[in-house]
Write a protein that binds this ligand. Structure first.
Ligand code: FAD
Length: 420
């Protein structure tokens, strides 16, 4: 790369922010600001910097210095991964790709001035803005639960300390106790995620607490890979897991964190661990920027541009885009389409119609992996599914082991695609 590393290394956040605003300091190169250094944002920042070969300046705004992937965080709960193996830093994006990494929160976007405001007080100008802030929770969606209750009843739907907390609660649960999961309504981050988590918790109980039981309270009538999960639960954890769907009160749930109770259709039940995964919406910055309709941010399917502002591109879980699930794989795929569109808009680089894809793997028990996936293409109206595949029930052990091993390769591939 032709960028001078000294321009990017060792600068304080405030100095870095001032350097990053081309229309303030007169730099000729166009400047892209990326908010959120997760599956969508880190990938977009890296591809724009890498493929533009120094023709575009990139600033990545991300508050945390270590990103813990939600993907494979359930495997940490099941003891198939360490927490350290889920942790990634932004060092290579700064040192190898010349990306100006600013560890701060974006608090607002002035779309007329084309500036992002930071919690630390700085303002960063942009020619194109990428927002990939992931999810926030819909307040009041589970009566009795709010963010102050997350230590007693963890969501563990943003990885790191919450995941550690839930695992600690699972491991220290009393013998024969009840683990309850309040599952989210559609649409939400990682459709099979709650059910893979139940599998990993059941695996722990099978080793350490075989008389424990798991109760899933689910507002959805059906869920992703349901036949595969139910077959696996029957095979590996018979009698341990009970799911109440909306017909049996699973959609009418209130929680009482102080007394560790769940109230199902008016009837209180004592539980020992309660994993509350609330309803979700686009990360707050999308709402602050006036780029949402309802809970999500609508985008143009071919470019990932906001439907409300052509200078803003929105990726991943925060979007309303059509048929793709809210997954790390999807966010990574969308980031590459946006990076190409941004280079086209800012440097006249050639662009092509994007193709999108996704696969979601889930581990049910040791070496028993299943998957679902699809290809997509943009239409005027949405990102539309073109074809798909799913593991079959009754597959042999060798096939399931191969599927699990494929997921290990995917994890290595996507994390190096994000962080270099
Ligand atoms: C338990 C679980 C298991 C999962 N398993 C899989 C899986 O196997 N495969 C898969 O593909 N996906 C999986 N996912 C889903 C996947 O993690 C998400 O879909 C993916 O991370 C979405 O990427 P994103 O860029 O939209 O958001 P994120 O990856 O969450 O990144 C958002 C980033 O933005 C930052 N941010 C937010 N607001 C601001 C702000 N105002 N200013 C600056 N920074 C901000 C956050 O700190 C965060 O780092 C799983 C999720 C969960 C919860």
């Amino acid at each position: 790369m032709s960028l001078n590393r000294r321009d990017f290394l060792g600068a304080s956040a405030a100095a870095a922010v001032m350097m990053a605003a081309p229309r303030v300091n007169g730099q000729a190169r166009p400047h892209v600001v990326v908010v959120g250094g997760g599956a969508g944002g880190a990938t977009a920042a890296r591809y724009i910097a890498k493929d533009s070969k120094g023709a575009i300046d990139v600033t990545l705004i991300e508050p945390t210095r270590t990103y813990y992937t939600c993907f494979f965080s359930n495997l940490y709960i099941g003891d198939f991964r360490t927490l350290d193996s889920l942790a990634h830093s932004y060092g290579t994006l700064a040192s190898e790709y010349g990306i100006n990494v600013v560890h701060d929160w974006a608090t607002g976007v002035d779309r007329d001035a084309k500036e992002v405001a930071l919690a630390g007080g700085g303002r960063v100008g942009y020619d194109a803005l990428v927002l990939s802030p992931g999810i926030d929770f819909v307040e009041g969606s589970v009566p009795g639960w709010d963010i102050t209750a997350q230590n007693k009843m963890p969501h563990s739907y943003k990885a790191g300390s919450q995941t550690e907390l839930l695992k600690a609660q699972v491991l220290s649960m009393r013998e024969g106790g009840v683990y309850c999961m309040v599952a989210p309504p559609n649409p939400y981050r990682c459709p099979p995620g709650p059910y893979e988590r139940v599998s990993m918790v059941a695996h722990q109980f099978k080793q350490n607490n075989p008389t424990a039981t798991i109760l899933i309270l689910d507002p959805k009538p059906k869920f992703s890979k349901q036949a595969l999960f139910e077959e696996g639960w029957q095979k590996h954890y018979p009698g341990m897991i009970q799911r109440l769907g909306p017909d049996f009160g699973g959609g009418n749930v209130e929680v009482r964190p102080d007394s560790m109770e769940v109230v199902i259709d008016g009837s209180p039940e004592k539980v020992d661990v309660c994993n509350v995964i609330p309803a979700q919406k686009a990360g707050r910055i999308c709402h602050e920027a006036g780029l949402t309709e309802g809970n999500w941010a609508p985008v143009v399917p071919a470019t990932m541009q906001s439907r409300m502002d052509e200078n803003v591109y929105i990726l991943g879980d925060a979007t309303s885009q059509g048929d793709m699930p809210k997954s790390g794989y999807s966010a990574n795929s969308q980031a590459k389409a946006a990076a190409m569109a941004i280079r086209g808009a800012l440097t006249d680089a050639r662009t092509f119609p994007p193709r999108y894809s996704n696969t979601c793997w889930s581990l049910i028990a040791p070496e028993d992996g299943v998957k679902v996936g699809a290809s997509y293409e943009p239409t005027e109206e949405k990102i539309a599914k073109t074809d798909g595949f799913i593991s079959a029930t009754g597959e042999d052990a060798a096939q399931r082991k191969a599927t699990y091993e494929e997921s290990l390769g995917w994890y290595s591939g996507i994390t190096s695609d994000m962080f270099g």
